[in-house]
Write a protein that binds this ligand. Structure first.
Ligand code: IPM
Ligand code: MN
Length: 353
């Protein structure tokens, strides 16, 4: 039976990088004799323009019926002034919540070929390899009450015990497969919700005596990430803090255009790049498709448990970078500047090796 995958290109560069991802996905699936059934649906601004809502029931149902969802990016200037629930971003949040995708895995690794292109020094970056586990369906993104009026705006940061426990378990399990170190990031010196987070993570830790658990305030973590990123193995944190820290992590790898992510729940999984829809370069065949293609590798790893296919993709990305091909965001003197489609072709050529 064919494996159903829903493709949600979204807005801006989302459509361009999704075309790249779909090509890679089909190619690799073919190599492993996997029968795929890909169906594409609208989300975000594109859906709003066509249907008057950024997320239709039809798109949601397609996701419910799929083994995995691949998403490009949502948002753009055009939709910035819509009311909150009509914004493209609201669709992504609703989708994450509806599919129960509480565990957002955002790995940051250094590509040897890009290390000198980073704004950080080689000595700081070398050997960096950590992953941010961002809680994705709770916290201030979803807390009630929320709103704004003439004289004030407000949101609520809240976490329940089960919400913290399940992401903490994921962090400790992930650490077991890595360097056995978890850094829980919060703002417990100011926020009660963070004090509760810290206490609950410590309680879950009692079941994981083999794992080293430390806590760090988020402001310090932001600083430490650029001061000495090697000190981190697994970072576990709340929705908003994880959003912010993973953008910093993106720059450690050279460009946000390089950072993939997996959003996992009990039943569903969604894969998307960490970066946004980049409306300033949309439609110009300039976007870096690597974060999106690497998200396909994560899909093979987490959903299809096919490590060989995942490694095939990550190796092809590394080889292509080693050959000197660069999209504009990671280009330095002496490199070969390529477009989105050229980068995709080069990566596919290296998959065949
Ligand atoms: C991300 C994005 C989203 C988020 C936006 C587009 C809603 O920044 O996935 O990191 O804040 O979660
Ligand atoms: Mn973000």
């Amino acid at each position: 039976m064919a494996v159903k995958i829903t493709l949600l290109p979204g807005d801006g560069i989302g459509t361009e990088i999704m075309a790249s991802a779909a090509q890679v996905l089909s190619y690799v699936a073919g190599k492993f004799n996997m029968d795929l059934s890909l169906s594409e649906h609208l989300i975000g601004g594109a859906s709003y323009d066509a249907h008057g809502t950024p997320l239709t029931q039809e798109t949601l149902d397609a996701c419910y019926q799929s083994e995995a969802v691949l998403l490009g990016a949502v948002g753009g200037y055009k939709w910035e002034n819509l009311e909150h629930k009509m914004k493209p971003e609201a669709a992504l949040l609703k989708l994450r919540k509806s599919l129960g995708l509480f565990n957002n895995v955002r790995p940051a690794k250094i590509y040897k070929a890009l290390i000198d292109g980073s704004s950080l020094k080689r000595e700081v970056l070398e050997g960096t390899d950590f992953v941010v586990l961002r809680e994705l369906t709770g916290g201030i993104y979803f807390g009630e009450p929320r709103g704004y009026a003439d004289k004030k705006g407000w949101n609520t940061m809240e976490y329940t015990r089960p919400e913290i426990e399940r992401i903490a378990i994921q962090a400790f399990e992930m650490a077991r497969l890595r360097d056995k170190r978890v850094m829980s990031v919060d703002k417990a010196n100011v926020l009660e919700v963070s004090q509760f987070w810290r206490k609950t993570v410590a309680e879950v830790h009692e079941q994981y005596p083999d794992i080293d658990l430390k806590n760090m305030y988020v402001d310090n973590a932001a600083m430490q990430l650029v001061r000495n990123p090697r000190q981190f193995d697994v970072i576990v944190t709340s929705n908003l803090f994880g959003d912010i820290l993973s953008d910093i992590a993106g720059m450690i790898t050279g460009s946000l255009g390089m950072l993939p992510s997996a959003s996992l729940g009990e039943k569903y999984a969604l894969y998307e790049p960490v970066h946004g829809s980049a409306p300033d370069i949309a439609g110009q065949n300039k976007a870096n498709p690597i974060a999106m293609i690497d998200s396909v590798a994560m899909m093979f790893h987490y959903t299809f448990r096919n490590q060989q296919a995942a490694t095939m993709i990550t190796n092809a990305i590394e080889t292509t970078l080693a050959q000197g091909y660069r999209t504009a965001d990671i280009f330095s003197d002496g490199d070969t500047l390529v477009s989105t489609t050229e980068m995709t072709e080069k990566i596919i050529a290296n998959l065949a090796l």
